[in-house]
Ligand binder design. Structure first.
Ligand code: HEM
Length: 616
């Protein structure tokens, strides 16, 4: 029977009818068959005991805990049937969570992969959870994952994302000045590596130019973000952009898809003891082995480079992996060095958090821009005003990134709409407490539901509509009573460490792509009018049409006076050039140097002049 075609409500009633029958048959079996037979056969005792054991076990796993009875809940069958039917998390949130939001005060108990968990989408409750990290530490669910499962094999037992207390401080050390100082912090708080992002975007543009027909967004953007975290995070060239279908990207995708398979999360023994029964699952374990070899190569490569010449790398040029390897090696650091296993687990975290999230957000942003032509035109106009309109690829500087204000609104709205983190890692109540007037017993698991915020019609006007202006000055977001209705990067002390890195990376890629191409959704695409399924699907392709460039200057060098800017329609001012004020003007159709102006707008040089012999 194909369960995916049965509506949720029907499936639930079918299942309860079936369960009812099982109970009745069980009683009949015990009264009429098992008991009489028991006089004759020991085997029937054993059968009865097994049936009873399984029934008790199943009941004890799924029964709604009595200490949460005062909290509204969604039944196991309703939730499971949604999973079985293949509803997306957004659809599930809209159908099951949002309608119950008011009556539940945004606190709903749900049976998820960790068992009964309080799913929280109340902004005030979320604020308390995120700020009171001692009262609501991370629950350590992955630490409790069974050895040998894909989940444990990939994440390891401990890493920066999962750690609490001492283990967390070891990775994010608290300094004497009481500001939080991360081992990883310098990398994410120094000036953003926009040149690396531009260099990688240029490589990506070459792939777009070379593609025939619509370009599948997600695989290309995933390779782009993977190369970015490789270079900036680990000083390692994955060279993924230029190697579509590379074995490590495939291995990673295989493992990542397998980790959240709810069958293996609910019944971890299937992933270990009974693994032999699941050949497809075995393949995923093999892919994990391949990935682990890659992580070992990345770390060995870095250690080798460091052992050769440490003095060559300036402190503020060190990548994340170098800092992680060096942490704790100097006396007085107050932190212990990370062991090899710990290093591997941190590399995994940055590898995972550092690329998939950003590539999914970028995919969504490009898709929404392709569908919203007015937003696309407005963003492009801003980009051209700031970066100019030359034919050559130009990436923004750190300062220019800050000026791309409308693009920033587009990115904020895209990440609201298609938040890669749909829920936060669950927290555990360390003691009995209250949240928004609701009693939370000690030991309860709490999961902050980001989609329950971002898709909540009680918190946003028409949340299913793409509207960057929500985030404009004086817009809907600013007037919202709580900023905790929008949490793509989490909040409090555990807020995403890579937020600025990701936003800068996205801005460079989006600005360079939009300056160069006009985007549209192909006429025959199933996503033409609406996104079906998830934006990270490979079948989401866009047309990239190279746009024509205006007859405007490519670049202006020197602090150009207003007269020069008038003449060239200039928008550049890149610093002085000795005491000579110069404007270099290029014809965009013919990207050779055409004219050079002096301060009085006199042509100082033209095409047939011998520029170099003027002694500049
Ligand atoms: C669009 C891109 C991204 C999104 C939406 C995102 C989202 C998040 C969220 C929601 C959290 C909080 C998890 C929680 O509290 O349970 C988080 C934490 C984290 N993120 Fe990101 N992230 C992104 C990009 C990145 C990047 C680029 C990196 C690294 C290069 C990164 C590294 C981390 C780390 C290490 C943590 C754990 C911090 C801690 O617990 O101390 N993320 N991220």
């Amino acid at each position: 029977m194909n369960l995916s075609i049965i509506p949720a409500s029907q499936l639930e009633s079918i299942t309860s009818v079936l369960l009812g029958r099982v109970e009745r048959y069980h009683a009949i079996l015990m009264n009429n068959v098992a008991l009489p037979l028991s006089k004759q056969s020991k085997a029937s005792y054993i059968t009865g005991a097994i049936v009873l054991y399984v029934a008790v076990k199943v009941y004890s796993i799924f029964a709604f805990p009595s200490n949460l009875r005062h909290i509204k809940h969604i039944s196991v069958l309703t939730w499971l049937s949604s999973l079985i039917q293949g509803e997306t998390a957004i659809q599930r949130t809209q159908r099951l969570i949002v309608p119950m939001w008011k009556e539940s005060n945004g606190m709903i108990a749900i049976y998820d992969q960790s068992g009964w968990t309080i799913n929280v989408s109340n902004p005030e409750a979320i604020k308390s959870i995120l700020y009171k990290t001692d009262l609501f530490p991370k629950s350590g669910s992955t630490q409790r994952a069974k050895d040998g499962t894909l989940l444990r094999g990939f994440f390891g037992k401990m890493n920066l994302v999962m750690a609490n207390g001492h283990e967390w401080i070891k990775r994010r050390k608290e300094s004497m000045t009481n500001c939080i100082d991360f081992i990883a912090n310098p990398v994410f708080h120094r000036s953003m590596p926009v040149k690396t992002f531009s260099y990688l975007t240029e490589k990506m543009i070459k792939q777009i130019d070379g593609a025939e027909g619509p370009v599948a967004l997600q695989p290309l953007l995933q390779r782009f973000t993977l190369d970015a975290i490789g270079l900036v995070g680990f000083g390692f060239e994955f060279n993924a952009i230029e190697t579509p279908g590379g074995e490590f990207v495939n291995a990673y995708n295989d493992v990542a898809n397998g980790i959240m398979d709810f069958r293996f999360l609910l019944f971890p023994s299937l992933d270990t003891t009974f693994l032999g029964l699941f050949p497809k699952r075995q393949k995923k374990h093999k892919q994990l082995k391949k990935l682990n070899e890659l992580f070992a190569t990345v770390i060995d490569h870095k250690k080798r480079v460091l052992s050769m010449d440490q003095s060559a790398i300036e402190e503020n040029e060190k990548d994340l992996l170098t800092l992680m390897i060096e942490a704790g090696k100097n006396d007085g650091d107050g932190v212990e060095p990370l062991t090899d296993v710990e290093l591997r687990n941190e590399v995994v975290v940055f590898f995972l958090a550092g690329h998939d999230t950003t590539s999914n957000t970028l995919t969504a942003a490009l898709y929404f821009l392709a569908r919203n032509l007015s937003a696309q035109d407005k963003a492009r106009k801003e980009i051209i005003d700031i970066l100019g309109d030359s034919k050559a690829d130009v990436g923004p500087t750190v300062e220019q990134i800050k000026e791309l204000r409308y693009l920033n609104l587009v990115m904020k709205e895209s990440i609201r709409f298609a938040s890669p983190a749909q829920v936060l890692i669950e927290r555990r109540a360390a003691q009995d407490t209250h949240l928004v007037g609701i009693f939370i017993p000690k030991g309860s698991l709490l999961r902050i539901n980001i989609l329950g915020l971002h898709y909540n019609r009680h918190l946003w006007k028409t949340p299913e509509r793409f509207d960057p202006n929500r985030f404009a000055e004086g817009g809907e977001f600013e007037s919202h009573p709580s900023a905790y209705c929008y949490l793509p990067f989490g909040g409090g002390a555990r807020q995403c460490i890579g937020m600025n890195f990701s936003m800068a990376e996205q801005k460079v890629a989006l600005s360079m792509i939009l300056r160069k191409y006009e985007l549209s959704v192909p006429e025959d695409s199933i996503h033409k009018d609406e996104l079906h399924g998830s934006h990270s699907k490979d079948d989401l392709g866009l047309e990239f049409i190279g746009r024509s460039f205006d007859q405007r200057p490519l670049a202006v060098l020197g602090t150009t006076g207003p007269h020069v800017q008038d003449k060239i329609g200039g928008s550049f001012s890149l610093g002085s050039f000795g005491d000579l004020v110069l404007a270099l003007v290029f014809d965009s159709e013919e990207p050779d140097l055409v004219e050079l102006f002096d301060e009085d707008s006199n042509v100082f040089f033209s095409e047939d002049d011998d520029f170099l012999n003027r002694g500049i």
